[in-house]
Ligand binder design. Structure first.
Ligand code: ATP
Length: 253
């Protein structure tokens, strides 16, 4: 399918094929004996925004953890054509896979600026400064709080810091787990405006897990619906918004 949502602009939506940056095929994953994901196949194209929707416990977070290398899956994950299945998180970060986990994952005892510096610890001094400046330009509200401990930030600022930290080593793929969770609507809008900018300016591919279907189906190019660890539906965001079953179950009208 090749349509896109009207309000995201830029990149064309891509199904599996030449422009796929992330290709996941027959993915199974779980925790010990608990099987959570069953035979997931999905993809995200270069510069595409892909949403993963679904009810509580469907396996959305587990999907991102499998792609980012935090849990070891079965199946195949390709990134830029390279088989990355089973590689550890640090190796994937070096390739350009960044993960912003639910609950944000900042170092709360460190300052805002220290969090950014930690996010870019492998960079040389010049590039490190450049990336920090880039983050300040995306999130001026963080620059104002650069010396403040992350623990003292508002929920929205912590989410911004988590995203900024993930941008320090410029990612090709940004995995975001519930970026709107617990944020006021205005703050959510601000965060999503920056995410849109990151895609438009850097061509970064975004894979976003969200429970807020109204929000994410107005933002993504394509979406997958995950139910009980299986993909039950997929299509362009515009197509899914038109479906009666999606409206009833996820959009509330
Ligand atoms: P939510 O929106 O509530 O975060 P989700 O779709 O992200 O849900 P997951 O967090 O991936 O779902 O959880 C999927 C299933 O895996 C759930 O049944 C959950 O209880 C189970 N699970 C998650 N983490 C673990 C763990 N560390 N050990 C065992 N089971 C887990």
């Amino acid at each position: 399918m090749t349509a896109r949502s009207e309000d995201t602009g830029a990149a064309p939506a891509v199904e599996r094929g030449a422009n796929a940056l992330l290709e996941v095929e027959g993915l199974h994953a779980g925790y010990g004996h608990v099987r959570v994901l069953h035979d997931l196949t999905f993809s995200a194209g270069e510069g595409e925004i892909v949403a993963i929707l679904g009810p509580n416990g469907a396996g959305k977070t587990t999907t991102l953890r499998a792609v980012s290398g935090e849990i070891r899956p079965r199946g195949r994950i390709r990134f830029g054509g390279e088989d990355i299945t089973g590689r550890p998180p640090e190796a994937l970060v070096r390739l350009g896979v960044a993960h912003v986990p639910e609950g944000r994952g900042t170092f709360t005892g460190f300052s805002v600026e220290e969090n950014l510096l930690l996010g870019g610890y492998t960079l040389g001094r010049g590039e490190l400064r450049e990336r920090v400046e880039h983050c300040w330009s995306l999130f001026p509200e963080l620059r104002e709080r650069r010396s403040q401990r992350a623990a003292s930030l508002s929920g929205g600022e912590q989410q911004m810091l988590a995203i900024a930290r993930a941008l320090m080593r410029p990612p090709r793929l940004l995995l975001l787990d519930e970026p709107s969770l617990g944020l006021a609507p205005l703050v959510t809008r601000r965060v999503f405006d920056v995410l849109r900018r990151i895609r438009a300016e850097d061509g970064t591919t975004l894979v976003i897990v969200e429970q807020n279907a109204n929000l994410v189906l107005g933002f993504a190019d394509r979406a997958y619906v995950l139910e009980s660890g299986r993909i039950s539906l997929s299509g362009t965001a515009a197509e899914l918004r038109e479906r009666d079953d999606v409206r009833r179950s996820y959009l509330g009208y």
